[in-house]
Design a protein. Sequence first.
Length: 369
Amino acid sequence: MHLKKTIAITAATLALSTSIASAREITYAHFLPAAGSIRDATVAYFDRVSEATGGELTFETFWAGAMGGPVEMLDTIGSQTVDAGGIVDAYLRSSIPTASMFSDFGRLVSSNADMLAYSAAVTEQQLLKCPECSADYEDNNVKLLATTATAPYYFMCKPEVTSTADMAGKKVRAVGNVANLMQQMGAVPVSVTTAEMYEAMQRGQADCSTGSAAWLDEYKLGEFVKSMINEPINDYISSGNILFNLDVWNDFSEAQRAAFIDELPAFVAQINFEGLSDADQAIEAAKANGLKIYEPDEEFKAQITEFRSATFAAAITTAEGTGVKVAERVTTDFEALVEKWSAIVADIGMDQAAYEEALRTEIYSKLPK
């Protein structure tokens, strides 16, 4: 018996060693800092996939632009410099012209509930109801699997800015249509990426920034920011946080692809809900460091209302300018999905588990493996 037991243990040990030795390591990169809800959710997601595949897949992650910045990341994934990664579509309009339309729709977000609804609408449309979006990514040799949103964007400044009049001449880090809005309000837009934002404010190249309140902590803007206007002005609702090199994705077994897909609802829900929580916590911490929050004046609110009213027309014009032939259809489909998901979020409330289940039922259960 003792000999048989020894042989069995040895065989099991050899089998485990063989399994570990044959594990495939997947590399993932993002230009975001190695902190915050996206990093935490991504690592947790890959841990669950590794467990679900019995250790067949392991993961190494690279952060803070170690494998390239926001402009380079799509090519970094497509060329298989890394196996997977995260992108910001707003920086990649010429590469993914139809898919990048969604980066313009976030200006309609005016609440946390909106953020959840719009994020889910983007995910459903990109993955299931926009073949042109899928073609955009495939043309770059990548496979999109998950989009998420940031917490709503606010106007945050180093100097005390309490009204629209105070914005005159202020240098504001802003991109895209938000930069146009800042200019209309009398500010001077400064085009820098999120990775460059801290240094720009530190050196005085920017007085203010538009962005998620979570950035007060994640990007350490709380060291500078002393005033914030309490009115959402925009949101980034289409952050592509899980994209695979298409050849790598196709090389996975069906069971491995199923493991990736099955864990995505929890991944998306975690990022979205923790992003909101992180923003709340960052505001409270910044208040202790001297941050003051001011209510918007009537001019500010009027400008935001006008800005939102032009969202779809502006998005269509921009997309058609980059050669998109289906911009109106994409916009109409998105409006319908926002209506659908707004009703779902109104029904489930701010319940992360219920949101995760809705994502699974309405989107990921329908995604081909």
